[in-house]
Design a protein around this ligand. Structure first.
Ligand SMILES: Nc1ncnc2c1ncn2[C@@H]1O[C@H](COP(=O)(O)OP(=O)(O)OP(=O)(O)O)[C@@H](O)[C@H]1O
Ligand SMILES: [Mg+2]
Length: 282
């Protein structure tokens, strides 16, 4: 068995609340494992401890108990983060740099130099849909544009583990769709992705496994198929069924002793209708 890309073992974080003599148990005894090449979605309501978990994994917040490993290396060692890209919840950038300069800056921090870095920065600007804003200062960027540059920053050195804290927050539906495709492309290239999101429909489309947190604890974990499967039911989707065929099928089902729960037209997602209506005209 290969070494897990991410291994979080019984991690707990308690934040003190100054002056009030209270403490917040942000994460309680949480364990999770992400295998190489997997896309893992960490879900849960606001304040349940998702971002704190990611920060502990990255060595940005010190756990009270437990430990986290990245590719087998303890996350307190900076070496563990060499091949990791991170999009934080509220990315912050130097306001006076342009989009391209920002990416070149982060690329340099990762040890990249010269024309390879310039080329990679330009490529990523196009990939995240900021081609028209490449020479604009980040100070004037909208929330969704900042999110896109944050995503590009996380990918600059083509890391094998990408950690994204709400990658689509504030991004319009077309942008979220692009980000979804980008994550699927990372998966195709064998990268490991750990993300948090509130867009459950999108999570369902891209994640192999999901963990659901509540009040600092992991309350359910599993493959998407396991989590969303309705046990004991079978769905047929039939094209061009005549009314006669439908009637025959219903009779057959009733005769067999099984129960027909619903027979209806499948529905499209609101997202796909929105994207079709708002697509640029060619
Ligand atoms: N630096 C901090 N000091 C004190 N409390 C904190 C700190 N960071 C997080 N918390 C608290 O820890 C709990 C978990 O916060 P966290 O940001 O991890 O939640 P989250 O699941 O990422 O929520 P969201 O979906 O809103 O992003 C919250 O109660 C939050 O107020
Ligand atoms: Mg968060």
């Amino acid at each position: 068995m290969s070494i897990p890309a991410v291994q979080i073992e019984n991690i707990t974080k308690i934040f003190p609340v100054p002056l009030r003599r209270r403490r917040i148990m942000a994460v309680r005894n949480l364990s999770l494992t992400v295998q190489p090449g997997e896309v893992y979605g960490l879900l849960g309501p606001n304040g349940c401890g998702k971002s704190t978990t990611l920060k502990m994994l990255l060595g940005l917040v010190k756990p009270n108990h437990g430990r986290a490993l990245i590719c087998g290396k303890d996350s307190r060692e900076y070496r563990s983060r060499r091949d990791v890209g991170f999009l934080p919840e509220n990315p912050y950038f130097y306001k006076f740099l342009t989009a391209t300069e920002t990416l070149v800056f982060y690329g340099r921090i990762c040890g990249m130099r010269g024309s390879a870095l310039k080329k990679r920065a330009e490529e990523l600007i196009d990939l995240v849909g900021l081609s028209d804003a490449r020479d604009r200062r980040v100070a004037g960027f909208s929330k969704g544009m900042l999110q896109r540059i944050g995503l590009a920053q996380a990918l600059i050195q083509d890391p094998s583990l990408v950690i994204l804290d709400e990658p689509t927050a504030g991004v319009d539906p077309a942008g979220s769709h692009q980000i979804r495709d980008l994550i699927l492309d990372l998966k195709k290239r064998g990268k490991t992705v750990l993300l948090t999101s509130h867009l459950l429909e999108q999570v369902q489309e891209i994640c192999d496994r999901v963990g659901i947190m509540a009040r600092g604890e992991m309350i359910r974990e599993g493959s998407l198929d396991e989590l969303v499967r309705v046990e004991g039911q079978t769905q047929f989707i039939v094209e061009n069924a005549t009314p006669e065929l439908r009637e025959q099928m219903e009779q057959l089902i009733n005769k067999s002793g099984a129960k027909l729960v619903a027979a209806r037209q499948p529905q499209r997602s609101l997202e796909s209708v929105f994207l079709e209506l708002t697509a640029p005209r060619s």
